[in-house]
Design a protein around this ligand. Structure first.
Ligand code: ADP
Length: 393
């Protein structure tokens, strides 16, 4: 089976053509500068091709992807008809979508209705969908939502303690993001431990970071909220914050709420504390070289992640498994060790030797650790392809 996975942004579009059973990727690439000029980077058969192609809209970008996929030299299929279905990443499903679904008129309308909740992403995701529908009118299209995995949260986890009208009239509540990643690593953790009723805390730690508490494969709580600003500090996002801080900065410096929120999203997090970079590799390098601000940024990040792990162990009534994934979680042995420091009381014991691994699936806890600790590289594209294949079969 060939599934085309599409992740459409406002001026870029990533794609992968993959086999959902084996996870084999036959071609992948990126369209950039859509609406400006247009560039396609296509990787297939071990060769990378870069082409300047006019892309005034997402329609031309998808057409360029199709041309590359069927091209005699750089292509991997003979005709577009060999694509069995297309899986689209959609960021915000609001409280309308608790699972992936085949796209029809009602689903398009539902995604449009979620635009107020995901104003930056949903319009771009829709452009990708409509462009594919036009070029491949008979190929099934599936929407896979970043928020869907978290829809099993109980009300006490998702409701905000603010006046009810905002929930009832505007659907303001915790939604959470990175759901496709949390779902993928949960499925892997269940398979690796052989325990379907696993109590697991997933730490998706990248440039954006979120944690989830999952029991019996169902999400019970997650650290991001209505928007991805909530939770632990991130590359450039503040994470959880007293809302009074927004009022203070706005009043004292004459800034609008939008301006303050822009600072909290783009100029905060470990970038702000380290004063050096939003990239954990740079911060770790400088901390090792003796930069105290970088050391504090790393310690702050580890502290907040550790706090969430403790609170989620309480939410789950115990813990069987802890999972690290995404850029930092998969690659930084020192950050994993920092986070797990003093968590022995929860039954978490890391093996220093096993923890040295990078970017591969491995158990890093000691044999006598009550909680299994795993590094599981995430694969959101494969999860999208598998959900898509399951729906169209
Ligand atoms: P995004 O949220 O953009 O998908 P990623 O999951 O790709 O982010 O994670 C990016 C982060 O992972 C960057 O901060 C990067 O520094 C960090 N990272 C990648 N490799 C390493 C490493 N070997 N050690 C520490 N951090 C790393």
């Amino acid at each position: 089976m060939n599934i085309l996975v599409i992740n459409a942004g406002s001026s870029s579009l990533k794609y992968q053509l993959m086999n959902p059973e084996t996870g084999d990727v036959s071609a992948k690439g990126l369209c950039e500068r859509i609406g400006i000029d247009g560039r396609l980077t296509h990787n297939a058969n071990g060769t990378k091709t870069v082409k300047e192609i006019a892309m005034p809209t997402h329609g031309e970008a998808i057409a360029a992807v199709m041309d590359a996929l069927v091209d005699a030299e750089i292509g991997v299929i003979k005709s577009v008809a060999e694509i069995d279905a297309v899986g689209h990443r959609v960021v915000h499903g609001g409280n309308k979508f608790a699972d992936s679904c085949i796209i029809d008129e009602a689903v398009i309308k539902g995604i449009e209705e979620c635009i107020p909740l995901g104003p930056l992403h949903n319009p771009a995701n829709l452009l990708g969908i409509t462009a594919c529908q036009k070029l491949m009118p008979t190929t099934p299209q599936v929407a896979v939502f970043d928020t869907a995995f978290h829809m099993t949260m109980p009300a006490e986890a998702y409701r905000y303690a603010i006046p009810t009208e905002y929930y009832e009239n505007d659907s303001l509540r915790r939604y959470g993001f990175h759901g496709t990643s949390h779902k993928y690593v949960t499925n892997r953790a269940i398979a690796l431990t052989g325990k379907a009723d696993l109590k697991v805390v997933n730490c998706h730690l990248g440039n954006g970071s979120s944690l989830s508490a999952v029991k019996d494969g169902k999400c019970q709580d997650t650290s991001m909220g209505l928007t991805p600003l909530a939770g632990v500090p991130m590359g450039t996002r503040s994470g959880d914050l007293d809302a009074g801080v927004v009022q203070f900065i706005a009043n004292k410096y004459g800034k609008t709420v939008d301006q303050v929120l822009n600072e909290l999203n783009k100029k905060s997090g470990v970038l702000a504390i380290s004063g050096v970079s939003s990239d954990f590799r740079d911060i770790e390098e400088q901390a090792t070289a003796g930069n105290a601000d970088c050391e504090l940024a790393l310690e702050k990040f580890a502290y907040e992640v550790r706090k969430y792990i403790g609170s989620y162990a309480a939410v789950l009534g115990g813990l069987d498994c802890l999972v690290f994934t995404a850029g930092v979680g998969e690659n930084s042995a020192t950050m994993r060790a920092r986070i797990c420091k003093n968590l022995e009381y929860l039954g978490i014991k890391i093996d220093a030797e096993k923890n040295k691994i990078r970017g591969c699936e491995n158990k890093i806890s000691t044999d006598d650790s009550a909680v299994q600790v795993w590094v599981i590289p995430t694969n959101e594209e494969l999860m999208i392809a598998q959900d898509t294949a399951a729906l169209v079969k």
